[in-house]
Design a protein around this ligand. Structure first.
Ligand code: NZQ
Ligand code: ZN
Length: 391
């Protein structure tokens, strides 16, 4: 079992009618705020007006950055950072899903960078020691960005999508009102739910390292929560209990509490980021297509017992099966959950993806090190084989 340090500095307002504290919370960090949001969903649900009213009542000067893309782009980050520098912005307010929050984290870092191109920071060509403070209002349960320090940014010019942790980038305050997720489409709800599960699989659960049993049990409970409530929210977007459970599960899947000092490459995430870098697909959908194929590819006498345990405790697989049969049943149950119950399309070809870039993507996924080391070690040839299983 590993040693670890746990700290999570994000203050959470969870539940209905908490937004009346937004103005005062943002004002704690200064007078000038950059308010960033996506393609318009927050206007359609009336949240934009409520946020603007809060900021006005607190006497704040507001600059807006609309149009943050899903799979946010470094050029949008550069635009936001330029506003921050020009106007002397004190604090960022991200209202949206993971893309808007991630863009704000990169803006917060670039605003403290003497250069102008955020890509220098994403690639490690330059570094920063601090970021502007960030407050978030979350509208989609998926990434955990509302309570973690990471951000993922795309460069469409080079087909790169890179993740990084900047210093002090955890949001200082996040507002989690499940009613703000009522309008998330069944497709985004399903994809977001897969993302929550994948964070647990990828960062901690499917690991070669020894893990504290308490944490593995909590991971199984969070996974079971998603298996229980994602189908409810896909069917009825206005189900408060389902939306609330998914929202809090998303935050806890990636806020550090479940990790137990495990250090491994998040293999499925590294592989999926190549898909969304090259084809701009929805992150959680890419993970849904990859995960069962990845588990099938890495299945061996060594990995089977843990896959079987997952099947038994989370997917209701028959405990009397042997390790290999149980693991196969677990993978089949996961496939049925993603592609049957949640209704996600199961093949890359369904998304218009062929094998043109597989070799390049596989090499990039394995990075400079040349391998992905998590549940098993994967080489570019392994990753390419997994892509082919997904066609
Ligand atoms: O842009 P708008 O109009 O807001 O529409 C968005 C977008 O089209 C829509 N949406 C969000 N809230 C809504 C809503 N539609 C209706 N009602 C609402 N309440 O949903 C679409 C997807 O939004 P996006 O923010 O892209 O989704 P998500 O939260 O899944 O974020 C995905 C991004 O986060 C990265 C992914 O790679 C991807 O770029 N990740 C970030 C991580 C992190 N920071 O820790 C970890 C993850 O593994 C992930 O890589
Ligand atoms: Zn993810």
């Amino acid at each position: 079992m590993n040693n670890f340090i746990f700290v999570n500095p994000t203050k959470i307002y969870f539940g209905k009618d908490q937004l009346q504290s937004l103005g005062a919370e943002v004002a704690r960090f200064g007078k000038k705020v950059l308010f960033a949001y996506g393609g318009g969903s927050i206007k359609r649900i009336g949240l934009y007006d409520r946020v603007v009213a809060q900021l006005a009542a607190a006497g704040l000067t507001v600059f807006e950055l609309p149009g943050v893309e899903p799979n946010p782009r470094h050029t949008t980050v550069n635009k936001g950072a330029e506003i921050c520098k020009r106007e002397g912005v004190d604090v960022l307010l991200a209202v949206g899903g993971g893309s808007t929050i991630d863009a704000c984290k990169a803006i917060a870092a670039t605003a403290k960078y003497e250069g102008t191109d955020s890509w220098d920071l994403m690639t490690g060509k330059a570094s920063v020691t601090d970021t502007l403070p960030i407050v978030t209002v979350l509208t989609l349960a998926a990434t955990g960005s509302e309570m973690d320090g990471g951000c993922v940014i795309s460069n469409v010019g080079t087909n790169d999508k890179l993740g990084i942790f900047f210093p002090n980038a955890h949001p200082r305050v996040s507002f989690l009102d499940p009613t703000n997720t009522f309008t998330v489409s069944p497709y985004q709800t399903a994809s977001g739910s897969v993302d929550i599960m994948s964070h647990i699989f990828d960062v901690a659960y499917f690991s070669r390292e020894d893990e504290m049993d308490m944490l593995r049990r909590i991971q199984e409970e969070v996974l079971s929560t998603v298996v229980k409530f994602a189908p409810v929210a896909v069917k009825d977007g206005n189900d408060y209990e389902a939306r609330a459970n998914l929202m809090w599960a998303a935050s806890w899947a990636l806020n550090g509490f479940l990790f137990d000092g495990i250090v491994q490459d998040a293999a499925c995430h590294a592989i999926e980021h190549e898909l969304s870098a090259f084809y701009d697909i929805t992150h959680g959908h890419g993970l849904a297509i990859l995960t069962p194929r990845w588990l099938t590819y890495v299945l061996s006498d060594e990995t089977a017992p843990l896959i079987k345990r997952f099947g038994e405790r989370v997917m209701g697989v028959d405990p009397s099966l042997g390790p290999m049969e149980g693991a196969k049943a677990a993978i089949a149950a996961l496939e049925e959950f993603f592609f049957g119950t949640l209704g996600l399309k199961s093949r890359l070809s369904d998304l218009g993806i062929d094998d043109t870039h597989f070799a390049t993507m596989a090499k990039k996924a394995c990075g400079e090190k040349g391998t992905l080391d998590s549940f098993t070690t994967l080489t570019p040839a392994d990753v390419e084989a997994i892509f082919r299983m997904c066609l």
